[in-house]
Design a protein around this ligand. Structure first.
Ligand code: SAH
Length: 397
């Protein structure tokens, strides 16, 4: 195997010494300009000290993804297989607790940068978004077949970051059967969540919000609940299961709302207690404020508003607007569950935005809980970017 050497500028080795897996193009002093995507490389400091073995990506700002920080452990099939096994074993407890939809591999979180593997019942869905994992695709599929011999494997490699890497999208069955348009996975042994593997967001569902959906269920007895950015209605289903008196699900997507409606039927919940509203959340919230409507629980789970550092300011305004409107709609002793899945939004900044929103709304409230991505979306200790989904539970006084 050729040893392609990359040298960094002086002083640019610090993050690699802490085992952060990204080598940015700007940190590189010397590289072979003919290196192709997927080449195995070894990265050295300016002084020539070994830093990591990794995989090269010529078009991405993240020029190398480090897989091994041990000089004697090369980036090979064995390394990838052993990381997949470790990742799966970390999720065993969650599966045993009655969760049939689980993230088995969480990319950088599991030291497999650019690889997602989600398990929905007997379907495994893989999404590859980096050269680093693309070159191991056959190895990944064969490891998953060994670990889950009864499962089918479907690929959803259609992410924006994949295009940035210069890789073409690829979706379809890799092994076994084709999934139906919508399937249902049991969450915490209780609620069936609709999943659209072939055409849904991400790999079909937002598994990261499992713990917060369960929390919404706990807060819903007798409540009037507003579920904003509902997607396929997960929070709303948990609220109904928890005894909500009425649930309004708001989303712009017809397909998502149709799946949410079906979810109510499949869970044998009362369709008379819920509404599905196809509307822009900003507009809907404004209208409800004008009408002086009040709710006992408002959920705000928007898509990623901050895609890049350049639009963080604009994103902050968006978060502040919906939180102000949401808080204005809450009855005394009611609660807000509010989230940001933008990696660029720190928990401190998010709290400040919600605090400003409360001031603007003239609402006094307290943080009575903090929420975050569920435990299968593991966080790698040296890679804070893997902690991306944060939330606050605010109780209005
Ligand atoms: N809470 C969901 C996931 C939400 S994903 C769950 O637990 O499964 C974000 C959703 O917001 C998507 O379904 C998308 O269609 C919707 N969306 C994005 N912008 C919107 C807007 N301005 N108004 C209403 N819905 C919007």
């Amino acid at each position: 195997m050729p040893d392609n050497k990359i040298f960094l500028h002086e002083g640019r080795e610090k993050s690699l010494l802490r085992h952060h897996p990204w080598v940015f193009s700007k940190a590189i002093e010397k590289e072979d300009s003919s290196l192709g995507g997927g080449s195995r490389v070894t990265v050295y400091s300016h002084e020539g000290n070994f830093l990591c073995h990794g995989i090269y990506s010529p078009n991405s700002q993240i020029r190398v993804r480090a897989l091994s920080f041990d000089e004697n452990t090369p980036c090979d099939n064995n390394l990838v297989i052993s990381r997949i096994k470790t990742a799966c074993s970390l999720r065993q407890k969650l599966i045993e607790r009655g969760n049939d939809g689980v993230r088995l591999v969480a990319s950088e979180g599991d030291l497999l940068p650019g690889l997602i593997v989600d398990k929905y019942n007997e379907f495994l869905v893989i999404s590859i978004s980096s050269w680093a994992m693309e070159i191991f695709k056959d190895t990944i599929v064969s490891a998953l077949k060994d670990l889950f011999p009864q499962s089918s494997i479907y690929e959803r490699s259609d992410t924006k970051s994949r295009l940035k890497e210069g890789l073409e999208n690829h979706c379809g069955v890799l092994y076994g059967e084709e999934p139906a348009e919508v399937i249902y996975v049991k969450e915490a042994g209780s609620v069936l969540i609709p999943v659209n593997i072939k055409n849904g967001h991400k790999t079909g569902a937002y598994l990261d919000q499992r713990a917060s959906r369960i929390r919404a269920g706990e807060l819903s007895r007798g409540a009037r609940v507003l579920n904003c950015f509902s997607y396929t209605g997960g929070f709303g289903l948990w609220a109904l299961k928890g005894g909500a008196r009425a649930v309004e699900n708001v989303d712009v997507s017809d397909t998502a709302l149709d799946a949410a409606k079906q979810g109510v039927v499949v869970n044998h919940l009362d369709p008379g207690r819920c509404r599905f509203i196809k509307k822009d959340v900003f507009e809907f919230l404004r209208r409800q404020v004008e009408k002086h409507e009040k709710y006992d629980l408002v959920i705000l789970d928007p898509p990623k508003f901050a895609e890049s550092a350049a639009n963080l300011k604009k994103a902050c305004r968006g978060y502040q607007d919906i939180n102000r409107l949401g808080l204005e709609l809450i009855a005394p002793s009611g609660r807000l569950l509010t989230f940001s899945c933008s990696g660029l939004m720190t928990p401190e900044l998010f709290q400040k935005i919600v605090a400003d929103a409360a001031l603007d709304a003239g609402v006094d409230g307290r943080i009575t809980g903090t929420l975050r991505q569920d435990s299968d979306h593991v966080v790698a200790l040296p890679c804070p970017e893997t902690f991306y989904l944060k939330g606050l539970e605010i109780t209005v006084l």
